[in-house]
Design a protein around this ligand. Sequence first.
Ligand code: HEC
Ligand code: HEC
Length: 440
Amino acid sequence: MNLRKLVIGSVIFFLFVASKTITSADYLNLPITPYEYNVPLPNFYANNVANIDNSPITNPISNNGATLGRVLFYDKNLSLNRTVSCASCHKQSEGFSDSRTLSIGFNGGTTDRHGMTILNARYYQRGRFFWDERAVTLEDQVLQPLQNTVEMGLTAAQISERVTEQPYYNQLFINAFGDNTISNDRISKALAQFVRSIVSYQSKYDTGRATVNNPNQAFSNFTIQENQGKQLFFTPIPQGGGGCGGCHGTEAFVSTRPENNGIDAISTTDLGVGGASSPIRQNLVGTFKNSSIRNIELSAPYMHDGRFATLEQVVEHYNSGIQAHPNLSGILKDANGDPVKLNFSAAQKNALVAFMKTLTDNSVATEVRWSNPFCQTNLSFTGTISSGGFQSSNSIFVQSTSQILNSSTVNLVSGKSIILNPSFEAKAGSVFKAQISTCQ
Ligand code: HEC
Ligand code: HEC
């Protein structure tokens, strides 16, 4: 056994594919002309949200900028041990949220709160981010998970180092910014552009809404039950409705400010917005941001701690479970100042749920422009390890832990992650075939 033992990280690997040098096209499945990231919204929607868009004039969405952001969003090299990307916790198939109650970071640790959706993030007019609004802009927010010790674990300096390391970023930065200078500021701008591009506008609700002048009119594509639920959603509580539109408003179904919706009588461990600054702001204790409930069916579980598994439970909370928190929103109090009880019938509760499901937009889960650019390739190439190694990249996953013997041919089929087995062994001159199929 004349094998040279290799420990990933200690040796730099190079792949040579026949007579071809590996280019970014070998790592990434990107179109030659970038996808369109400024898709126009239907008129009723565009007019309604024009004034609540938090995009700064210093960072408008460009197709090349959002493309770079897309690659960064899915790149696992941006976590300390290269196991987690933004998309690990904001999954396209789960409405860009996380079906786990709490998310799991690079080292197995859990986040303090539920990973919420990032869909329609651009239409939170206050432009503040996280459940407790601790990030003052989206550009500020996107660098935080990278440096969070539970989530991705990098230092500020490591962020641009990790990006510089990857061969595919050079061209992507030139395309996006005109030159290949890599900085945290540019990384943040590109990530923010990608996040702002993720907007839902192709739901059953949108189809119906486009045919009427006013959302209160019945939609002809809705069932009787869905129209009833819509009415309950938008009608204020004193008029017999659920008052939901008062806080989940506009065509983006987005809130205007943090509120307390009475899920707890007192705040103990999580003080919400009130606890995000020092000294604690008592009048904001227990208030939380909620950005958009579009596509809510796909982003269970619900609330900042993911306490409700279903929309039925959410509706039951508003129907019978609102607690008298000291900062409970006035909208959810009755004339005596007590928490309201909606006392809805089973049919009314079901109608509300049915209406919220009309906000489901399955195209969000399948739009290629928001999908993982590393993994839908069906690349297949053969190569030789020239000097003991293997390039680490999301696009290639070594599944086999067996040794690669000189001159033997192995098929490396991409799996779900990029971790190269640390005891992976190879010898210069090993021939292999890498095949990349799907991965998530
Ligand atoms: C380990 C899981 C995890 C990873 C990785 C992660 N996030 Fe998050 N994300 C969360 C959680 C949990 C929250 C809510 C945290 C809070 O509010 O305290 C969140 C909140 C957000 C928000 C706020 C949304 C809003 O409406 O306020 C945005 C935007 C966001 N993440 C984008 C990103 C980006 C971009 C990346 C990659 C650079 C990323 N996340 C990586 C779990 C994760
Ligand atoms: C006073 C404002 C207010 C009203 C009225 C209100 N909500 Fe909410 N809603 C919130 C807040 C704030 C949150 C997030 C609270 C948290 O996580 O602690 C929330 C969360 C939700 C969520 C979960 C969102 C997520 O991302 O997990 C759903 C679904 C929801 N509300 C539906 C409704 C429905 C249906 C009604 C009407 C019956 C309603 N809301 C009325 C403020 C309100």
